[in-house]
Design a protein around this ligand. Structure first.
Ligand code: 13P
Length: 256
């Protein structure tokens, strides 16, 4: 099955407007000759319009890092799917572990957001992943499947093919610790099996499952060479054009 690998940068709470324009200009140049990898960036809300404008006419996609599940209303400080499509983004990261751990997002809320995103033609990047304690307790696959089943509640098979799953072990995020390719592959294979049960084999084969957690140019190739790892959701290393482009290039080389 050939899934086009997807390398996405989650900028988190980084980059001003001018830094956004500079980074994206450099990135466009750095990956201009790579056509076997899909590249995407998720700047902060304040920089989305500038990112869409800077990337117009090119192939790099722009997305948001979060979204409210309602279309509008009295929700101070929140951003709706209508606002995201209006600004021109095409995907949204949902259920990131930082949202779950720091802002109390639970599985059911994430599921409602996934359904709202799909209803607005925004591609959800649904994040899942276990903590260190959960891994040590042997509950990794149970935790990930609970997060995914709740996150995908109500989603129909014909909507599912477009979505993206990001497996990000919490203990590997921002720590410099990376799951070994074998550890990651094992969880990715279990995710694909769950998707097959839920949506059927052919839909499961078309869904891209990204790995996230301290992905760098130096470790990307061995991760991307695994059969069920279809790209990466990159935090820290996406803040610099050379390192992010290095991951894109390593991914292109792993697939060729
Ligand atoms: P790092 O690449 O900084 O570990 O972050 C991963 C992540 O959380 C991407 O969403």
């Amino acid at each position: 099955m050939s899934r086009i690998p997807l390398i996405a940068g989650n900028w988190k709470m980084h980059k001003t407007l001018s830094a956004t324009r500079t980074l994206l200009g450099e990135l466009q140049t750095a990956v201009a000759d790579v056509d076997s990898v899909e590249v995407a960036v998720a700047p902060p809300f304040t920089a989305l319009a500038a990112a869409v404008e800077t990337l117009r006419g090119g192939s790099i996609r722009t997305g948001a890092q979060n979204m409210n599940e309602a279309e509008e209303g009295a929700f101070t400080g929140e951003i709706s799917p209508v606002m995201l499509t209006d600004v021109g983004v095409n995907f949204v990261i949902l259920g990131h572990s930082e949202r779950r751990a720091l802002y109390g997002e639970d599985d059911e809320l994430v599921g409602r957001k996934v359904n709202t995103a799909l209803a607005h033609d925004l591609v959800p990047y649904l994040c899942c992943g276990e903590t260190q304690g959960e891994r040590e307790a042997g509950t990794t696959e149970a935790v990930v499947s609970r997060q995914l089943l709740a996150g995908l509640a109500g989603v129909q098979a014909d909507q599912a093919a477009s979505l993206v799953v990001a497996y990000e072990p919490v203990w590997a995020i921002g720590t410099g610790l990376t799951a070994t390719p074998e550890q990651a592959q094992q969880v990715h294979a279990s995710i694909r099996a769950l998707l097959a049960e839920r949506f059927g084999e052919s839909v499961a084969q078309s869904i891209r499952i990204q790995y996230g957690g301290s992905v760098k140019p130096g470790n990307a190739a061995e991760l991307m060479a695994q059969p069920d790892i279809d790209g990466a959701l990159v935090g820290g290393a996406s803040l610099d054009a050379a390192s992010f482009a290095g991951i894109v290039r390593a991914t292109a080389a792993a697939g060729s």
